[in-house]
Design a binder for this molecule. Structure first.
Ligand code: AN0
Ligand code: CP
Length: 323
């Protein structure tokens, strides 16, 4: 595997899920694969889980790991070609990428949507430059539009906890005070459509996800109706994707105070099929989900986060195998 961006990059999902269980049974079995190989993890944005779980996964495989927080200690990077660099940016991405690539074998990049232009974000301007100019396998650690390591970990978690062959999985928008990216819901939708689940998305009008990710998924604007009979509830906030409201791309459409009925609470969970609660974390309590639901017996947020180590290890293992 040379690129990990979309669900198709991992191939057959049943094979990938079986491999995830192999990794979980004995995560140190492939130490020989990573010997004298270096993973470089580049962060343009904050992270707790992605940073730690990916580092751990690389160490499980016997790799060396270098982590770079671009905004803390590195030179500020210009990303646009043709700019007269007389501002605060001392280095261009076009030099930085091949230089960084010369010190490693595999590169992971986190670079969130900037919300300056929908085209730039949805064309993946930053990650595509890493793919083009690094000459190394590149995996996405949350880009402008996708978070595949999260979606893979979510699928592993659903597979481990499902009690019916084809569970009903509901992705629900929930309120948040700041504009958040669409990467997590985009990837979750893409992976759920590829998996064997009954997938429903619920959100207020204006938050329609890009068709390239949400495809033919059922959209239900009535959250309570969407939750009926659900086996898994996946809560997440996202800002306006600019599909039905191009003018509002990357914004919070309504004052969150007026949207608090969307906060996932015992009221909605009561109409589900005793659903398990999921969220990628970090989560704002009593905005996205109430204390009792996230702390409750049916919450999966901690095993879900633990599975980030597993999804990252399967991806790194596949990349090492194809070096
Ligand atoms: C990010 C997001 O919503 O994309 C990262 C989630 C994994 N969340 C925040 O910025 C709070
Ligand atoms: N879920 C997730 O990617 O968390 P971090 O932003 O902390 O890495």
């Amino acid at each position: 595997m040379r690129i990990f961006q979309h669900v198709q990059d991992i191939g057959d999902l049943r094979v990938a899920l079986a491999e995830a269980q192999d990794v979980k049974r004995d995560r140190f079995r492939w130490q020989h694969l990573g010997k004298n190989k270096t993973a470089l993890l580049i962060f343009f944005n904050n992270s707790l889980r992605t940073r730690l779980s990916t580092q751990k996964a690389a160490m499980n495989l016997g790799m060396n790991v270098i982590v770079l927080d671009v905004n803390q200690g590195a030179w500020k990077l210009e990303t646009e070609r043709g700019v007269i660099m007389d501002g605060d940016k001392s280095e261009h991405l076009l030099e930085a990428i091949p230089v960084m690539a010369s010190y490693c074998d595999i590169i992971g990049v986190r670079s969130f949507a900037r919300f300056e232009s929908r085209e730039d974000d949805y064309e993946e301007r930053i990650l595509n430059q890493f793919i083009r100019y690094s000459g190394r396998p590149v995996f996405f650690m949350e880009s402008a539009t996708v978070h595949p390591l999260q979606a893979f970990a979510d699928l592993i978690t659903i597979e481990e906890h499902k009690t019916v062959a084809r569970p009903k999985v509901v992705l629900s928008w929930a309120p948040h005070p700041k504009a958040l990216p669409q990467a997590v819901p985009n990837s979750f939708a893409e992976w759920m459509l590829a998996a064997d689940v009954d997938f429903v998305v619920t959100h207020p009008e204006g938050y329609e996800l890009d068709p390239q990710f949400v495809g033919t998924a059922r959209v239900e604007y009535d959250q309570m109706r969407a939750f009926e009979g659900a086996d898994f509830v996946y809560a997440k906030n996202w800002s306006c994707p600019g599909v039905t409201r191009p003018d509002a791309y990357g914004t919070v459409l309504d004052d969150y105070h007026t949207m608090m009925q969307w906060t996932v609470s015992a009221r909605q969970m009561a109409v589900t099929h005793d659903a398990r609660f999921m969220h990628c974390l970090p989560v704002r309590r009593n905005m996205i989900v109430t204390d009792d639901v996230i702390e409750g017996q049916r919450s999966l947020v901690i095993p879900e986060a633990a599975n980030r180590e597993i999804s990252a290890q399967v991806v790194l293992k596949r990349m090492l195998e194809s070096l």
